[in-house]
Design a protein around this ligand. Structure first.
Ligand code: G3P
Ligand code: MG
Length: 247
């Protein structure tokens, strides 16, 4: 059994800030997750046309902002004018898209650990991975707990690791490929971050035996959270911040 890498993170993580209770990936969502006691948040980061790292899940602006089209077609100045809250509910009208820098300031001031999911727009994987890692290194310089970087894109993760080898990273997956050992070793990941439906007690033991931490997303049923905790999962990412007590 390999020794497990350091994992200075809370066990429960608020997905996109506060799940579906507030507009995802906004400061309003992070504040609501915090109000429910969560001290770690996951969020999605991509680049504007002019290379500013900002928070947005989708590749396009349509679902969660007042904008239209590809998210990387606009400059940060243009993106900063969009409404990122009205789509959710009237109470959040006027909420803006945050930069990674704004979220870093809030997280450091609030003592909240972060999982930065690198979510590049198609074709910008390498550039996004490198830029987000470099930003994270400088924004969190000297912090007690550094961000955990994660991505479904192995190209983005490889670029992040190349740019800043010291930042911990996790390979996201909605399947477990047969060659998972080689993939995580090549990327230098300390964790796998998987669709929770893929996990069993035996699978978690297998990853731990390989020296990897295990994160699970997106778990919204208290009974499933309890089961995964008994099996020794290292992180659980949840939308249900109002139902599942943080740990
Ligand atoms: O980081 C885990 C989870 O957020 C991955 O899926 O689509 O919600 O970003 P998604
Ligand atoms: Mg995500």
């Amino acid at each position: 059994m390999s020794a497990l890498p350091a994992w200075p993170y809370p066990r429960l993580v608020a997905h996109r800030g506060a799940g579906k209770l507030a507009p995802e990936n906004t400061l309003a969502a992070f504040r609501l997750g915090y109000a429910h006691g969560y001290r770690m948040a996951e969020f999605d980061v991509k680049l504007s046309a002019d290379g500013v790292a900002f928070l947005l899940h989708d590749g396009t602006l349509d679902r969660t902002t007042s904008g239209r089209g590809r998210a990387d077609a606009l400059s940060w100045r243009e993106l900063s004018q969009l409404d990122a809250g009205a789509w959710h509910s009237p109470a959040y009208a006027g909420e803006t898209l945050p930069t990674l820098a704004a979220v870093a300031r809030w997280a450091l001031a609030s003592g909240v650990a972060v999982n930065i999911e690198i979510k590049p727009t198609p074709g910008r994987e390498r550039e996004t991975g490198a830029a987000v890692a470099l930003d994270a290194q400088s924004l969190w310089a000297g912090a007690d707990v550094m961000p955990l970087l994660s991505s479904f894109s192995e190209v983005a993760l490889a670029a992040a690791r190349e740019a800043v080898p010291v930042l911990p990273c996790a390979l996201l997956g909605d399947q477990i490929p047969d060659d998972w050992r080689a993939r995580v070793a090549r990327l230098g990941c300390i964790a796998v971050d998987l669709d929770h439906a893929l996990l069993t007690a035996a699978r978690i033991d297998e990853f731990h035996a390989a020296g990897l931490r295990v994160a699970a997303w997106t778990v919204n049923e208290p009974a499933r959270v309890a089961e995964l905790l008994v099996w020794g999962v290292d992180s659980i990412i949840t939308d249900a911040v109002d139902v599942i007590p943080p740990r």
